[in-house]
Write a protein that binds this ligand. Structure first.
Ligand code: PMP
Length: 353
């Protein structure tokens, strides 16, 4: 730390992203990326002609990708805001809707960026423990009267709330913003996008990083009512008006339009998830019912840290969190069938150890 850093940030503990190893022979199952390349339509559209226009700024209104999203999701274009990843959408929401009189609340075990945004923006969140089975206790969110942030499915558990439960939370918190972070919703959970026209306090955030195979393009978006979108737009235009670059706007648009490739990739991930869950359960693992592109697994004899280390020795990287409540688990991203078979083989090798 230099002597120039503002006191405001001297104690901040930044988010720690999953490792991005530089070596090639690793099976990388640690950051919930897709194992598949982007849609062929995306690759075709990112041509030399588009690259040669990089001397010009991108469209600050990101119109092309917003038009494609609004058509696909059946909402108006003034109900969509693009972010540089959904992390940026989350940042806009924490910044726009939380302050000392509107302190946010979220689960003790959830996406690790929420508490970091709170530190960054000087907020003091209420932390709501998950139930013993690691699910979100819907009753704990009734009548909170403060901004609520829920990842659905939750990370790193993979457990999802039903739309009925989300609606209960929305109904009882009509005067507070409720943000449903749907980074993983495409892998089998119910989306709250259909509720946006009914609840003027709902923001749904989405990402292209998981189900659309574009983590490296940094594309996220929010769907909400026009007023909340305008508020978050104020954050964007006060911070980085060109938050999506030219190539990402094109990639986002083409990806949304290629529904056939999207459906195929999702189906394969879900099938690989079921395979992996079944195989690991046969070997004594306990796994909450994941609706995401990852699973959260613990073993009755092997500790989470040991499993993580032993997999790593066998060139497989998963994610381990040392936090007390979840230290027995590892989070495993669902990759290709070949990768998941390798994981099972390595697990057999470890267990026979
Ligand atoms: N929400 C959740 C629950 C996540 O796990 C992630 C991925 N780290 C994000 C949001 C952010 O993803 P991105 O910025 O790549 O859209």
């Amino acid at each position: 730390m230099s002597r120039f850093l503002s006191d405001r940030f001297s104690n901040i503990e930044p988010y720690t992203p999953g490792e991005q190893p530089k070596v090639n022979n690793l099976i990388k199952l640690n950051t919930n990326e897709s194992p598949f390349p982007p849609s062929p339509k995306v690759i075709e559209a990112l041509n030399n002609e588009e690259i040669s226009k990089l001397n010009l700024y991108s469209d600050p209104d990101t119109k092309d990708v917003i038009d494609a999203i609004s058509k696909t999701f059946g909402v108006n274009s003034n109900q969509v805001l693009m972010g540089n990843g959904s992390d940026e959408i989350l940042a806009f929401a924490f910044q726009a809707f939380c302050d000392k009189n509107n302190q946010p609340c979220f689960a003790d075990i959830t996406y690790g960026f929420y508490p970091v945004f709170c530190e960054l923006f000087g907020l003091n969140p209420e932390i709501i423990p998950l139930k013993d089975d690691l699910s979100i206790g819907v009753d704990d969110y009734i009548g909170k009267n403060k901004p609520i942030f829920i990842a659905n499915p939750n990370a790193p558990t993979g457990l999802a709330l039903s739309l009925t439960d989300i609606e209960k939370i929305l109904d009882s918190n009509k005067d507070s913003v409720v943000l449903i972070d749907e980074a993983y919703v495409d892998f089998g959970a119910e989306s709250a996008v259909s509720l946006v026209s009914k609840y003027d306090n709902l923001i749904v955030s989405r990402t292209f990083s998981k189900s659309r195979n574009l983590a490296g393009a940094r594309i996220g978006f929010a769907i909400s009512n026009p007023e909340l979108i305008t508020d978050m737009c104020k954050m964007k235009f006060s911070f980085n008006p060109y938050n999506l670059n030219r190539l990402s706007i094109i990639a986002g648009k083409e990806s949304v339009l290629d529904t056939e490739y999207f459906d195929r990739c999702i189906a394969e991930i879900i099938s690989n998830r079921e395979y992996t869950v079944n195989e690991l359960k046969k070997r004594g693992f306990i796994i909450p019912n994941s609706k995401a592109n990852f699973i959260f697994a613990k073993h009755n004899t092997l500790s989470g840290e040991e499993y993580f280390n032993e997999l790593r020795k066998r060139n497989i990287v998963v994610r381990y969190f040392s936090k007390e409540r979840i230290k027995d688990y590892v989070r495993i991203t669902i990759g290709s069938k070949e990768q998941m078979t390798a994981l099972i083989d390595a697990t057999d090798d470890i267990l026979k150890g």
